[in-house]
Write a protein that binds this ligand. Sequence first.
Ligand code: NAP
Length: 257
Amino acid sequence: MRILVLGGTTEASRLAKALAERPEIDATLSLAGRTEAPAAQPIATRIGGFGGIDGLAAWLDDHRIDALVDATHPFAAQISRNAAAAAEKTGTPIVAFVRPPWERQPGDRWIEVASLEDAARAIGETPRRVLLTTGRLGLASFAVAPQHHYLIRTIDHPGDLGFLPDHALLLDRGPFDLAAERALIARDRVEVVVTKNSGGSATHPKIVAAREAGLPVVVVQPPARPAVAQVHDVAAVFAFLETVAGHRPHSATERGE
Ligand code: NAP
C-alpha cells in the first residue's frame, strides 16, 4: 500500500515513526520546506510544494498513491484545501489527522480573534510587553502595532524586523514545558501572550502559564477546514488505512496498470 502523508507537524512526525514500523506500507512524508533544518524522519521524505491542486493530483497519480493523510498544521489552510480537492479529483481516499483546538478553561483571559491583523489590534493602544508566538511568517501583520515590546519566539530567524523597533528574539522549537514557560513569563515581565490556537500538547504550557499569571492571551482561532473525515490519533489513522486496504483493487489489472 502506498500512502502520502502531508506533514510539518508533531502529529505527522509521530505518524512517520509508527509507519516506519510497518514495512508493508510504502509511506512518503511531504514537507513544505519552510524550516531550515527539519527534524530527521524515519521514512522517505520529499520537500517542496506540488504546484497547486493539479500538481498534487498528478503526484498522487504518478506515484499510484492508495491513500492520502493530511497531517498538516491547523493553520496551513491552503495545502488542506488542495489535498481535499486533489483527493476528489483522483478518487484517492483521504483522512485529516488533526489536533482539536484548545478550549477556553476557567481562569483563562482569552481574547479570540480571526486573523493575525486582528490579533495585532487586540493587544491595544497602550504599549505592552508581548510574548509573540504566532510563527516567523506573518510577523508583518504586527507592523500596525509598533508601540509594543515584543518577545518573538520562532524556530528560524525571521529576518529583518525593522518594522517592530522594540523587540527581542528567542529562537526555539517546542515542545516547551510548563516550568520554562512560567520562568519566561516572569523573567521578561510578559503582560500579554499572543498565540495561534494550534491545539496539541507541544505548545500548550504557555496557555497554562498565562492562566496562572492572570495574563490576557490573544488567541487567533484556526481557519475553517475542508469537508474531509478527521481523526485525532495515530491508531485512528491506521484504522482508516485498513479500511482503504480492504476496499482497494488487489491486482495490477484491477488497478488499471
Ligand atoms: P499553506 O499556506 O497551507 O500552503 C502553502 C503552499 O505550501 C501549498 O499550496 C503547497 O504548495 C505548500 N505546502 C504546504 N504544506 C506542504 C506540505 N506538507 N508538503 C508540500 N507542500 C506543502 O501552508 P503553510 O501555512 O505555509 O505551512 C507550511 C508547512 O508548515 C505545512 O507543512 C504545515 O504543516 C507546517 N506548519 C505550518 C504552521 C502554520 O502556522 N501555518 C505551523 C507549523 C507548521 P503547492 O501549492 O505548490 O503544492
